[in-house]
Design a protein around this ligand. Structure first.
Ligand code: GLN
Length: 488
């Protein structure tokens, strides 16, 4: 079995480690080998940290030998999206601006994972500052989809999704502002969970849009998503938006039972623009849950859905324009110094340090916030945001979860949407409303269209990740897609 250790899930590997049938060093060596073997085809990583991983594995083995402080993640090789600060390991955000930035501290999620026994194999590639849906906006070149290397893996957590799908790590962290965990998870055939806004600390997550950003797990199955969420969730005094809400035992709640569960299928998510194979796979999945005893209402409605994308593309760029003001070439990061004045240096720093999409967002946001336009755009978008949130609230009085496709299409070709930002933005029509309302949602594999993976989205009530995970788990156990692997 030694050769195939990299194929294990977290919970499978944890069993072997706990019984001392394999060591973390063996497991880590197998994963690093696999990673080296596939990385040339995928470009899923910006930075590899093999020495660090082997050292952390050695420490994990000591802990396992003592039988102390052992968690399900102890000694398990993981990959971290390069938007999450790691002490002493450069954190680029996929940008030239931070190409050589080495954080002097760990993000809270990293502190928690280290406490749980983290083995970090590297930092994953991503759309620059998490802006994008294909991975193509990275300064470090695009990541390729393990199922078809001519296609994108989705984004912005492109490298994390590709790495998990290709067994180049056992789990990964991503971040999701408008779909960046769920959409690439769907396109790469893995599980991706965006927790409720406030469930996971954002301390040390480089900010894109602070009222929307959340960190979450990207894993090979639902059980692993529960285990990783368990390790990173909970209140953090360093993040005032993290909620002092109790964290339940997620793994214990994973029972394959949906009897009597009330499921709403919002019709706005199944109409125009949804590719036929996606619609079929999602419909089959929901019918499967109905056969298992769930009560499905196919006529649920969230009427403001068509405004969510426009609302997001005012709010997210507005927040981004403020958050990215800090990259001035003075404090840290890329710095142009050849100019005649401080102002010229600052201008050139931003001109050369940021890529085209990031500049587009900064301009959109600056415009939307400027005097005279603020009321027409930003204030209006905030009002629409409230409407969208209320519609979800009233839907959740009738339903326990809402089911939708994650992405309207399977993975598209590299380059296909690069020239047309609106087409690119439309990749996230079904994931963005969830961020606007701050809700938890998961992408779980539900079949294939044109030979490419399709994801089912399960949306839940605020802080009810437990129900979201249970529905995804019940479906996953019944359907068994998890055993189909990409041809690498
Ligand atoms: N694709 C969306 C965007 O470009 C969402 C990105 C994200 O969730 N970080 O803004």
């Amino acid at each position: 079995m030694g050769d195939d250790l990299f194929r294990l899930t977290v919970h499978e590997a944890a069993h072997l480690l706990a019984r001392r049938e394999v060591s973390s060093r063996e497991l880590t060596a197998a994963v690093l080998d696999r990673l080296q073997g596939v990385e040339g085809q995928l470009n899923a990583f910006v930075t590899l940290t093999p020495e660090l991983a082997l050292e952390q594995a050695r420490q994990a083995d000591e802990r396992l030998a003592r039988g102390e402080d052992v968690t399900p993640l102890t000694g398990i090789p993981a990959a971290i999206k390069d938007v999450i600060c790691t002490l002493g390991v450069r954190t680029t955000c996929g940008s030239r601006m931070l190409e050589n930035f080495v954080p002097p501290y760990d993000a809270t999620v990293i502190v928690r994972l280290k406490r749980a026994g983290l083995v970090m194999v590297g930092k994953t590639n991503m759309d620059e500052f998490a802006m994008g849906s294909s991975g193509e906006n990275s300064y470090f070149g695009p990541t390729r989809n393990p199922w078809d290397r001519e296609r994108v893996p989705g984004g912005s957590s492109s490298g994390s999704a590709a790495a998990v799908a290709a067994d180049a790590c056992l789990y990964a962290l991503g971040s999701d502002t408008g779909g960046s965990i769920r959409q690439p998870a769907a396109l790469c055939g893995i599980v991706g969970l965006k927790p409720t806004y406030g469930r996971v600390s954002r301390y040390g997550l480089v900010a894109f849009a602070s009222s929307l950003d959340q960190i979450g797990p990207m894993t090979k199955d639902v059980t692993d998503a529960a285990l990783v969420l368990q390790a990173i969730a909970g209140h953090d005094p360093n993040d005032s938006t993290s909620a002092p809400v109790e964290v339940p035992d997620y793994a214990a709640g994973l029972v394959p039972d949906v009897k009597g569960l009330r499921i709403g299928v919002p019709r706005e998510y199944m109409g125009e623009g949804v590719e036929e194979g996606v619609r079929q796979a999602v419909t089959d999945a929901i019918e499967r849950l109905a056969e298992m005893g769930a009560e499905v209402d196919w006529e649920a409605s969230l009427p403001s859905t068509p405004y969510a994308l426009a609302c997001y593309y005012i709010i997210a760029p507005s927040e981004a324009s403020a958050n990215l003001a800090r990259y001035d070439g003075v404090k840290y990061g890329y710095s142009y110094t050849e100019g005649a004045s401080m102002w010229e240096n600052m201008e050139r720093t931003r001109q050369f340090g940021f890529g085209a999409e990031v500049k587009r967002r900064i301009m959109l946001g600056t415009y939307a916030l400027s005097a005279g336009y603020y009321d027409a755009y930003y204030l209006k978008a905030q009002k629409v945001r409230t409407l969208i949130r209320r519609e979800f609230e009233s839907a959740f009085q009738r339903y326990d979860v809402l089911l939708t496709p994650v992405s309207p299409t399977p993975a598209f070709r590299l380059g296909e949407k690069l020239e047309d930002p609106l087409q690119m933005y439309l990749s996230d029509v079904f994931t963005i409303p969830v961020n606007i309302a701050g809700l938890p949602a998961i992408s779980v594999p539900c079949g294939f269209s044109q030979g490419l993976p399709v994801g089912l989205q399960v949306i839940g009530r605020p802080f009810d990740e437990a129900t979201v995970l249970r529905v995804a788990y019940a479906y996953e156990q019944a359907a068994g897609w998890r055993h189909r692997r990409p041809p690498l």
